[in-house]
Design a protein around this ligand. Structure first.
Ligand SMILES: *Cc1c(COP(=O)(O)O)cnc(C)c1O
Length: 713
């Protein structure tokens, strides 16, 4: 799924950050003044528009113009702004910022437009720009929004690089005078940012892809033109400031067209680091100057602009990577804990979407380039919530889903999943209308079933299932004639053919031999079909354990269920390859009641637990009706509380269970109990719960009850 991500955009973030540092350090000044002007006052001017466009690109990529996305962008950017303002206060104090005249109006002006220190103007500009662009596009559509944003840009130009042009007009002069009392530059959120947000949105929504050559030619010629434009304006001394050029617009357009074509693995760390470099580099400039002075290396570290530039850039990058790492751990974990603690229900399921993404990314690296993950979302996505999981995976680039029943498929369609959905199980042919209406792909379970579906006379999409030894569903692999006939039915559009392995989870010699025979029999059927001039549709064999134990088998799809939920057995050498998969689901509840039990007293139904000594117990409002297995009663199972593992005592009831907390005296009513998941250093995996209750993780997870609410963290 990473394959689809915009690696080009992520890499260019670092280049853009490096250009911004160049603007503030003038690396070429000693070598060639004009060269430095071209680099820092012309070419480097792509950096900030690039950041605006990137925000626009991701903010407006959704055709529904999701308001939530905008709010979340504003919240995050606002927080970043607040933090940035605060960390620069010491420097403001040192610079005498707070001693200036009419402090309050100036502070307001800086906060809304100019930034409280020189480079911070970018943050309020991106917030204002986002809001303006959002409402323009929402109310007027892209065309008109673009024209208005362009007009704003032109007004901006006249106050920036083209300022000299308006000097002859008194009216314009006084207009700009007024304007500059609110904002020191027109390079701000009102005149500068909106056009780039709109442009980012337009590019995100366009269907056409321009050829790389065209983009390169467009980009190169725009850069040349922009250089010429900049040099002319500079030599005519028309510039009041040098951020805005006419040719900057085509330049950004072609640059972005080029960047979005570079797809590949992206590094989240780049995304964060680029922004941190942007925020902290002025501090690094001061730091490097200080070190230069203290070490008497002024000549190298400060006076040589080029070295100065690289030292500042390297220091900023290293600091940024360190900060990004720390922040990631702290904020993500803190946020998740906060969400969990805030949630006040009696019992709930927590779904960690980061881990889901991590698992899919990890599994993606195991399968071949041509192979796609078909995410198995049956049984409410193994208890994780089908709609949310499918939408999330869809956003991450997963294009193919499998469900067990037609109604599971219909639900996903109704909730907006547009990509392929394969029904793995049986659908009564009378529901063919729904198959068509919701564009679902049906599994053909044998020849007779194919014939019945075909006889309805409406064309539907199917995958043919082949039985290679499991003897559950599928046409017998040896019945080649019949399988060929299925391909020939007029009303069945065969999009796939697959089989299912029945002992792929086992590493026993005999089971491996059996599985290899299954795979061989499936492939010889495929050869046979090809020899009969059948053009093979998409082919798939492996489910999770199939992939983990037989990674060398390469098909068009892998049908992954339990692996993407991170609940496969990884203890010992149970699977051939053991990628780092992380559990996605946690099961939690809150202590309802604490009570003291005297020696000799019993607890729960059947009086199976009788206290030997005085003890303290907690009643937890979750039971087998929530899907927690009853055969974990009587100390077969355990729970985590305050980072300790404690036994479940007595019989588990329909709606409650009881734990012994004698050894954890700090427990109080309302505390969180983890039945599946992590608490401090202790972990209970779904596979452990499954082993203890003589089941498998798939059953444990998929039977978690509708009664538990799900929270996504
Ligand atoms: C459920 C199912 C899968 C997914 O199995 P996991 O072991 O959870 O990956 C794959 N294929 C078929 C036919 C299934 O029924």
């Amino acid at each position: 799924m990473n394959r689809r991500e915009y690696a080009g955009i992520d890499y260019f973030r670092i280049i853009a950050a490096a250009l911004v540092v160049a603007v503030h350090t003038s690396p070429l000044l000693m070598i060639n003044e004009t060269g430095n002007f071209v680099l820092t006052r012309v070419i480097a001017r792509v950096a900030v528009p690039f950041f605006f466009m990137t925000s626009g690109f991701f903010l407006f990529s959704d055709s529904r113009m999701n308001k939530e996305k905008l709010y979340s962008f504003l919240r995050k950017t606002g927080l970043l702004y607040l933090v940035s303002i605060i960390i620069y206060i010491p420097i403001n104090i040192y610079n005498g910022y707070f001693q200036q005249k009419s402090l309050l109006p100036n502070i307001l002006k800086d906060i809304f437009f100019d930034g409280t220190i020189y480079h911070l103007w970018y943050i309020p500009a991106s917030m204002l720009g986002a809001v303006i662009a959002y409402y323009l596009v929402k109310k007027l559509g892209y065309h008109k929004a673009f024209i208005i944003a362009l007009l704003l840009y032109v007004i901006g130009l006249m106050g920036d690089s083209y300022f000299g042009v308006i000097q002859s007009s008194e009216i314009l002069k006084s207009f700009y005078d007024k304007l500059f009392s609110f904002s020191s530059y027109t390079r701000n959120g009102l005149f500068f940012a909106p056009i780039f947000f709109v442009l980012g949105g337009i590019i995100a929504r366009q269907r056409k892809q321009y050829s790389v050559n065209l983009c390169l030619i467009g980009l190169l010629s725009s850069i040349i033109l922009m250089t010429v434009e900049g040099l002319i304006l500079h030599s005519l001394e028309l510039q009041r400031h040098d951020s805005m050029y006419i040719t900057l617009l085509p330049c950004m357009f072609f640059l972005y067209q080029l960047l979005i074509q570079w797809k590949g693995h992206s590094l989240t760390i780049l995304r964060k680091s680029a922004m941190i470099i942007y925020i902290i580099h002025p501090m690094m400039i001061i730091f490097v100057r200080l070190v230069g002075k203290l070490t008497n290396l002024q000549g190298i570290l400060i006076d040589n602009n080029l070295i100065h530039y690289f030292v500042v850039l390297i220091c900023s990058s290293v600091a940024a990577i360190v900060i990004a790492r720390i922040l990631k751990k702290k904020t993500v974990e803190g946020y998740k804990q906060f969400k969990s603690i805030k949630y006040k229900d009696r019992a709930w399921i927590e779904v960690d979407l980061d881990n889901l993404k991590h698992n899919v990314d990890t599994l993606q690296t195991i399968i071949s380039e041509e192979c796609q993950i078909m995410a198995v979302i049956k049984a409410d996505a193994y208890g994780h919530g089908a709609v949310k999981v499918a939408s999330f995976l869809n956003e991450q680039g997963i294009k193919s889903f499998a469900v067990a029943t037609i109604d599971e498929g219909i639900l996903l369609r109704k909730k907006g999943i547009k990509d392929d959905i394969l029904i793995l199980g049986y659908t009564d042919p009378s529901r063919i209308g729904h198959l068509i209406q919701y564009n679902l792909t049906q599994t053909i379970i044998d020849y007779d079933y194919a014939k019945r579906l075909n006889d309805y006379g409406h064309s539907i999409k199917v995958h043919i299932k082949i039985d290679t030894g499991m003897h559950r569903m599928g046409e017998n692999a040896n019945k080649v004639e019949k399988i060929i006939k299925i391909f020939q039915f007029d009303n069945l559009e065969v999009c796939g053919i697959y089989t299912h392995l029945c002992v792929a989870d086992s590493r026993d010699k005999e089971d491996i031999i059996f599985t290899e025979r299954q795979i061989k029999s499936f492939y010889s059927l495929l050869d046979n079909l090809e020899n009969n001039n059948i053009i093979l549709p998409k082919v798939h064999i492996q489910s999770s354990y199939g992939l983990l134990n037989y990674p060398e088998v390469h098909c068009d799809y892998v049908r992954l269920g339990i692996a993407i939920y991170g609940a496969v057995d990884s203890i010992g050498d149970k699977t051939k390859i053991q990628p780092d998969l992380r559990p996605v689901l946690s099961l939690k509840a809150r202590v309802a009641l604490i009570r003291e039990i005297a020696a000799g007293e019993s607890v729960s139904y059947g009086r199976t637990f009788t206290a030997d000594d005085d003890c303290r117990i907690a009643v937890i409002p979750i039971g087998y009706a929530d899907g927690f297995p009853r055969n974990l009663s009587c100390e077969c199972g355990s729970a985590l509380i305050h980072g300790h593992r404690v036994p479940i005592i007595g019989k588990i009831c329909m709606d409650q269970l009881i734990i012994d907390i004698t050894n954890v005296p700090e427990v109080k009513q309302g505390d969180i109990v983890t039945l599946i998941g992590i608490d401090g250093r202790e972990k209970i995996y779904a596979t452990e719960v499954a082993d203890d209750s003589k089941s498998i993780a798939n059953e444990i997870l998929s039977r978690l009850s509708y009664r538990l609410k799900k929270i996504y963290i």
